[in-house]
Design a protein around this ligand. Structure first.
Ligand code: ZN
Ligand code: ZN
Length: 112
């Protein structure tokens, strides 16, 4: 009896795998495999760019450069006009106003 149920389980596990492989090869052929490879690459990349000032790690060099130019060691430039919320990016203030002051007009106070 035990052997019988195990065999059933194995078939159940293997079947969906076969189906997905068959579908992807039928629909996308080579491209599907390329996408999977690209994704794997992205996930395997670790933070390899470190800010020379605060040694914060970034996966992409452009993110590190942006951080160095606009964030690192900088005081927040923008403030919510309705409270004390400060941010280095206007987008953050806009998002904050939408969330916490939804009835107020959207604008940002620039500190300097
Ligand atoms: Zn930094
Ligand atoms: Zn606010």
């Amino acid at each position: 009896m035990r052997d019988g149920s195990q065999a059933k389980l194995e078939i159940f596990k293997v079947k969906p795998r076969i189906v997905t492989i068959a579908n992807s090869t039928l629909n996308f052929s080579g491209t599907c495999q390329n996408v999977a490879r690209k994704r794997r690459k992205v996930y395997s990349v670790h933070k390899s760019h470190y800010c020379p000032r605060c040694s914060r790690g970034f996966t992409l060099k452009k993110n590190m450069t942006r951080h160095l130019r606009h964030e690192c060691g900088m005081a927040p430039k923008y403030q919510c006009p309705y409270c004390d919320k400060l941010s280095k990016f206007t987008q953050n203030i806009y998002a904050h106003i939408r969330k916490y002051h939804p009835d107020q007009p959207l604008y940002v106070r620039r500190l300097y």
